[in-house]
Design a binder for this molecule. Sequence first.
Ligand SMILES: [Zn+2]
Length: 258
Amino acid sequence: MPVLIDTHAHLNDSRFESDRELMLDRAKNAGVMGVVTIGIDVETSRECLSLAEQYPLLWAAVGIHPNHTAEAHENDWSRIVELSQHPRVVAVGESGLDRYWKKAPLELQEEFFRKHLALARERGKPIIIHCREAASDVVRVLRDEFEKNGPITGIMHSFCEDETIAQHCLAMGLYISFSGILTYKTAESIRQVARMIPLERLLIETDCPYLSPVPHRGQRNEPAFVAHTAQQLATIREMSIEQIGQITTDNARRLFQI
Ligand SMILES: [Zn+2]
């Protein structure tokens, strides 16, 4: 059986309320030895941390998602700063930029993105980066940070950009994480990118409950299904799922210091 770490899940989601324990058992049975559950605002960040305190399989990330920055209250950022100190919190985010949903002005998203980058650096924890139809802006902000403060420890989550963007991110020190999208028939260009990422920078994730991999498309996603993404990555890299599992697990443990 492979060992796997799901580096991006939203396990606080109400869709997991009825079967959270069974879902975690299924994850363990699939070889999953760790899951990072990710907050998108203060409330969900708190929920993720309390899950991480409750279940040894789980760790948490805390932050304000770009699409939730407009709803953030005045004190929300200082709460995230506080929560980020907790030892079960292994990353800051998710943060980044999103031009697709248009839920918050880009300037506000960018302001929060920069705050998350600074906080991650201050805490010595990786940043989890969301990027949707905003790759050139994300790279611009990252480059600013890189030029001021040096290599950036973090993850480009559910990577869907091209090879050039991947190269920029790799050069600044970032890891590249692939979700179930890697298994989609139409995602040949993403598989192409996955072929050239150095093995020591590869990660896998579900982004559950969203983005179920084949053969579960259309169903609720859950951490056990990260095995399908691992299998796809193994096929692409001409390795066994055990090898890809070990490599991505070692990477995640090094990055999150778990
Ligand atoms: Zn997410």
